[in-house]
Design a protein around this ligand. Sequence first.
Ligand SMILES: Cc1cc2nc3c(=O)[nH]c(=O)nc-3n(C[C@H](O)[C@H](O)[C@H](O)COP(=O)(O)OP(=O)(O)OC[C@H]3O[C@@H](n4cnc5c(N)ncnc54)[C@H](O)[C@@H]3O)c2cc1C
Length: 446
Amino acid sequence: MKKMRIFWILVYFLMPILPMALILQTSSFYFQNAFMMLSMVLGVTAYVWLVSQFILSARPKFIERYFGMDRLYRFHNTMAVVSFFLALAHNQIKERVFGLEKQVGEAALILFGLIIVFSLVFLGDSFLRKWRPIQVLRRFSAEKLRLKFKIVRFFHNFTLVAAGLLAIHVNQSLAASVSMPVRIFYIGYFVLAISFYVYHKFIKPALLRQNAFEVIGNVVEAPDVQTLKLGASKGKVFTYKPGQFVFITILDKEIGIEEHPFSLSSAPGNRDFITMTIKGLGDFTSKMKNVKMGTHVLVDGPYGYFSMLNHDPENDLVFIAGGIGITPILSMLLYLKENQPDRKALLLWGAQKPVDLVRMDEVEALQKEMPNLEIVPFVERGDDWKGQKGFITREYLAGKLFSSEVLDRQRDYYVCGPPVMMEIMIGHLKSLGVEGKHIHFERFAL
Ligand SMILES: Cc1cc2nc3c(=O)[nH]c(=O)nc-3n(C[C@H](O)[C@H](O)[C@H](O)COP(=O)(O)OP(=O)(O)OC[C@H]3O[C@@H](n4cnc5c(N)ncnc54)[C@H](O)[C@@H]3O)c2cc1C
């Protein structure tokens, strides 16, 4: 696993060396001027890394399985910004030192710049999300301007136009005009990356349509939570690891034909159906109760690295869930019941109200067959609640995990819940001395 990660990271970062070597083989004039050399290195690196974004955002499973989707998307966000600044530096050297202005390159740069800023502000889990002004702007645009995720994503697709302009620009360069291998690389790499995009956007959905799943159950778990049960229309469902997620598209115009990610909340051993337990938080998720039996659903997956099967099989397990963040953990518990019922595990599950502890009967029933599973639910509001009240605090974690015999070996911690709760829990664990490599988490945002 670790070796493959290093392999892909090296492939990504070293890839620009190939076109640079091709350029230097035929264009020796770069050796005569340091600015020319620097500008070429910056430009080529920016081109290769920007074009690579189309490969990364097509969710290639052969890469994703070693990193997880959230890491891959965060890398995509970061590298798009880094590449943009490399391209900007290349452009400035060309303009200021050599007085060269290339209109096509400049147009590509401006378009990339606009898309990057817009995406970082409005799309998914960018590093800007923690800044208060960005949070306010996002809330304002969602509530007052009704700026929908799919509109933001539609605008994001204009990167295709920017990449096209970029490909024209690099092929107009001096290096490309004197060297056929350089031109072949530039065009070939562009075609390869765009093929990933075309496969992801058009071919894969068509293939998924041929193997569409069917809704065979839609259970009300709480007033705003539904469990969708999907059966494969042909044969058995795919194999997946507990904790993984899928993207679903419900083929019903009244629900909205758009793709959304959800963790699988079913037992991976059951190949007859999969389930997703969904909380109504927005336009799409609040329509889940209207999903009719027999509706066809496209299921793309499984994805994700958040699974105890990716870590030491002997370690004790501590699961920390917040509200609907129980879903991937439920799948892990169901897996344990079938495969390692004696494994030592502790589930700390915080929710606002008792009703938010969805599928609690099922979770509690697991204890009958799992003698070493302890479950501690926390509820913030609930007058009749007899259990733990309030939040899972640092003091509680310290007392429960570090001054008792509850768990006695090496442990792995799995955290999933609302972003704020996750950040607090991960902070508590780290402050109590837990090493980052033993803390695994899934953000419900990409
Ligand atoms: C890996 C992962 C696993 C998840 N598992 C579960 C689960 O088991 N149960 C559950 O209830 N929720 C889960 N979610 C969250 C769920 O995907 C969002 O709540 C849902 O997509 C919101 O859509 P909406 O239109 O109802 O809400 P909106 O109010 O439109 O969106 C709320 C936020 O959700 C995100 N979002 C919206 N649309 C999309 C989309 N098409 N693709 C990606 N993100 C989007 C955006 O960050 C947006 O700001 C998961 C999310 C991820 C990333």
